[in-house]
Write a protein that binds this ligand. Structure first.
Ligand SMILES: *Cc1c(COP(=O)(O)O)cnc(C)c1O
Length: 454
């Protein structure tokens, strides 16, 4: 599975640490670590061989034993240009040497100034000229919620306290972001601690709801065009534009969660650009640093920013922040990440590779009776496993989980969401690597379901 490393990427590290050391690292993990979204009893069984990674370059990652895999998951949807991308790594090292971190409470720094200017300039005409930095996708949402809630409190509409959200939404796991969530598996257990939201399935349902008509809604929050965690469900074309129109009519804020879709994933810099929509608040995280460090940004309009204007004793300040807000190393990485877009016309690359991926997935679907619907937008894809009749498979069979485990043995790392296999390759993935990724899924599906009775 060699790839041309070229000059762009730092090469992979040592080809394995030796069996003894590799095993010891796996044992230490099983003894002391607690993994997110992971049934730990299963993980800690001696017969489970946990994946312990050690180096990465381009679309390839290597584990402590020296085994190589293609990263079909872009490190949980964060990586853009590939691992070990030289300019980003060098920017991180330079920044770490000069000044790793400084509190953004009461001070700015060079990289944040430059990055804020860059980010606000990514939408033509700079309609969102203010950036509030935070740490990850969830906190970028928390910021947006507090901005919208406080804005109405202190600008004449205190009755606007409700957030409208969509069925199947995923906006993160902190308590506020989780309150918005509409995926039962992740959110239902904590429902007793969530704040109330107006949950709807469509724009029509939103407009028809009494809360909307009574003017209680502060903002609508949505993942534009595609709900990643909801098995890559696509919104109907034009839906976002319609939602923007409806929000404008009622003067309700539109908050777009582009944590996943931002930075070229869908073939445009931001997904909202497919429909010519500009939000009032834009939440960005995952790809912001090219997947190298955590960093998030919440962009907003001059109007919302001015809603917080006032003498200090008027109490119009946004009291929200984190220790590592606007982390200097993250800002340096983000600047290097964005510079690559300009230098290499990355959006064009994404579009070309998305077209290739579409062909490969169409072949997969037509050649494989256990592959049902395939949904794709840019370099985001969800591949449903289903009975050849189209019926869903019994959840207890864990087909999605088993297909991903099998794909790992065929050199592909990715994750399932129930019986949907997610494929989100880094932008640097070559044609051969993309073919190998889809090939690994084809073999894995054959292995897990091929012998199953129809
Ligand atoms: C991942 C994700 C989040 C949460 O981001 P974290 O960095 O995991 O907190 C929010 N919204 C969407 C659409 C996401 O994909």
């Amino acid at each position: 599975m060699s790839q041309k490393l070229g000059e762009k990427f730092f090469p992979l590290g040592v080809s394995g640490l030796g069996g003894g050391e590799a095993r010891r690292l796996a044992e230490l993990d099983q003894a002391y670590c607690w993994h997110p979204f992971t049934p730990m009893q299963e993980w800690c069984q001696p017969e489970n061989e946990p994946l312990i990674l050690h180096s990465a370059s381009g679309a390839v990652v290597r584990d402590v034993y020296g085994r190589e895999y293609l990263d079909g998951n872009s490190s949980i949807w964060t990586n853009l240009h590939g691992h070990g991308r030289r300019e980003i790594v060098e920017a991180v090292c330079e920044q770490a040497r000069r000044m790793a971190h400084v509190s953004f409470l009461g001070a700015g720094h060079d990289k944040a100034s430059l990055l804020a200017e860059k980010l606000t300039g990514l939408l033509p005409g700079r309609p969102l000229p203010r950036v509030f930095f935070s740490d990850d996708g969830s906190t970028s949402i928390e910021v947006a919620l507090k901005m919208a809630a406080q804005f109405w409190q202190q600008n004449g509409k205190p009755e606007r306290t409700l957030f409208a959200v969509f069925d199947g939404a995923y906006h993160g796991d902190t308590a506020g972001a989780s309150s918005l969530g509409g995926v039962a598996l992740f959110h239902a257990r904590f429902a007793a601690w969530h704040f109330p939201v107006l949950r709807v399935r469509s724009v029509e349902e939103l407009e028809a709801s009494p809360e909307w008509q009574e003017g209680k809604v502060a903002a609508v929050v949505i993942e534009p065009l595609i709900q990643g965690v909801n098995r890559m469900a696509l919104w109907p074309q034009g839906m976002l534009r319609e939602l923007r129109r409806v929000c404008d009519e009622a003067d309700v804020f539109l908050i777009l969660d582009e944590v996943l879709t931002g930075f070229g994933r869908t073939g445009e810099m931001f997904a909202c650009q497919h429909e010519g929509v500009v939000p009032d608040i834009l939440c960005l995280a995952k790809g912001l640093t090219g997947g190298v460090t955590p960093l998030a940004a919440t962009l907003t309009t001059e109007r919302i920013f001015e809603g917080f204007w006032g003498a200090w004793h008027e109490g119009r300040t946004l009291f929200y922040g984190h220790s590592f807000t606007a982390h200097a190393i993250g800002c340096a990485a983000a600047l290097a990440n964005l510079a690559i877009f300009e230098k290499e016309n990355t959006l064009e690359t994404v579009r070309e590779k998305a077209a290739l991926l579409a062909r490969l997935l169409a072949d997969l679907k037509s050649g494989c009776p256990w592959v049902g619907a395939v949904r794709q937008l840019g370099l985001l894809a969800g591949i449903d496993l289903a009975h050849p009749s189209g019926a869903p498979l019994p959840p207890l069979e864990r087909a999605g989980f088993r297909v991903c485990a099998s794909a790992r043995r065929h050199g592909l790392l990715t994750r399932n969401i129930s019986d949907t296999i997610v494929l989100i390759p880094p932008y640097c993935t070559t044609r051969e690597q993309l073919e190998a990724m889809v090939g690994a899924i084809r073999r894995a599906v054959g292995e897990v379901l091929g012998g199953r009775e129809i």
